[in-house]
Design a protein around this ligand. Structure first.
Ligand SMILES: *Cc1c(COP(=O)(O)O)cnc(C)c1O
Length: 360
């Protein structure tokens, strides 16, 4: 079976983890600091703060921007649940706005209508590795004095007109095992704002500035140096990984004719965290997505559905947002599926995938 994702673990990663174990410096040591410096450089931000995972990075990004109870945060329903859960965890209220059918990202044209006097921030999610319409969203944010908190969990290394993901406000990344750059578990916050960076550092470690003296309430959301060591090796591979993902995506785009293939927006670099297609309603009218996936499974091609249920239809979210209808997200959730695009695909794998998908 060609799996939908496959973390690459080389001898460098193994050696780096062993070296940390032997050093005895296991948490918030030199590897974590080095990873933060590398991330800040990659995202072209003044600061980067490592956390335990992408969800805690999002939560701290919100709290450090002083977003909490009574505040509304506008985001997309078509995302991993952690986006919405982080807003709930910060005590704020998620407000869900429908998506663009071509990019699957937040539809910037619908955002302004969702703004109320309580709105404090917009949280764009750069889904599948392609950035949102940041020009439009930043203009809205400036006009209404809102913060931008990017959920860049799937978009490490992506750019919008040359400007990196994570540099438009406060950025949050995930280094979870299946992400483009991984550390098994891990997260990262990026910002140019010194006070946001300082609050993130305090919130990450029980509000402690000096040992056993606590400036404020906080959590234990630290990253270990074992994880940071893996992340550093993966960052060394990022350029190569992204090139291979993009080459795989270009190969599929040129050959797949049975499904709607993904489009890259002008001026953007897509990092292809996922290669996501849509059932072609003209051609595959008779065919359900479930049967398409079954055929692919039988042909040895792994698939994923990101995501089968939009956030507003989960019970705990429905209790907050009520019974709302977001038609584009709902239809997309029923029509999309992703095929393997990871850097470890062989030429034979790519041929198998194209043949299987074009049989649909
Ligand atoms: C993976 C992911 C997260 C959460 O990251 P974790 O490291 O799993 O906590 C948040 N948002 C999106 C869009 C993700 O894909």
């Amino acid at each position: 079976m060609i799996s939908i994702s496959k973390p690459f673990i080389g001898s460098e990663e193994k050696d780096a983890v062993l070296a940390v174990l032997e050093s005895g410096f296991l948490v918030q040591g030199p590897r974590t600091q080095a990873l933060e410096e590398r991330f800040a450089a990659l995202c072209n931000t003044r600061f980067a703060i490592a956390t335990s995972n992408g969800t805690t990075a999002l939560q701290l990004a919100l709290l450090a921007n002083e977003i909490g109870p009574g505040d509304e945060v506008i985001t997309t329903p078509f995302t991993f649940i952690a986006t919405v859960n982080s807003i709930v965890a910060a005590g704020a209220t998620p407000v869900l706005v429908d998506i663009d059918p071509e990019t699957f990202n937040l539809d910037a044209a619908l955002v302004e209508a969702a703004i109320t006097p309580r709105t404090k921030a917009i949280m764009p999610v750069h889904l599948y590795g392609q950035m949102c319409d940041m020009e439009a969203l930043c203009t809205i944010a400036r006009t209404h004095n809102l913060r931008i908190i990017e959920d860049a969990a799937q978009a490490v290394g992506a750019t919008y007109k040359g400007q990196p993901a994570g540099s438009f406000g406060t950025g949050a990344f995930s280094l979870y095992a299946t992400k483009n750059v991984m550390s098994a578990e891990g997260g990262m916050i990026t910002t140019d704002d010194e006070s946001v960076a300082e609050r993130c550092r305090l919130l990450r470690n029980h509000g402690q500035r000096e040992r056993y003296h606590y400036n404020m309430f906080g959590f234990n959301y630290r990253l270990s140096d074992l994880h940071a060591a893996i992340g550093l090796c993966q960052l060394d591979r990022l350029h190569h990984f992204t090139k291979q993902r993009a080459a795989n995506a270009a190969y599929f785009n040129a050959r797949l004719d049975s499904v709607v293939t993904p489009k890259v927006q002008k001026g953007l670099t897509h990092v292809w965290h996922q290669y996501t297609v849509r059932m072609d309603r003209g051609r595959n009218r008779e065919r359900s997505r479930a049967s398409a996936i079954e055929s692919l499974t039988n042909a040895g091609v792994g698939t994923g559905i990101f995501y089968p249920v939009p956030a507003h239809l989960h019970n705990h979210v429905r209790k907050i947002v009520g019974d709302i209808c977001l038609p584009v997200a709902e239809q997309s959730a029923q029509e999309v599926f992703s095929i393997p695009v990871h850097p470890q695909l062989s030429e034979e794998d790519r041929e198998t995938i194209v043949a299987a998908v074009n049989q649909l």
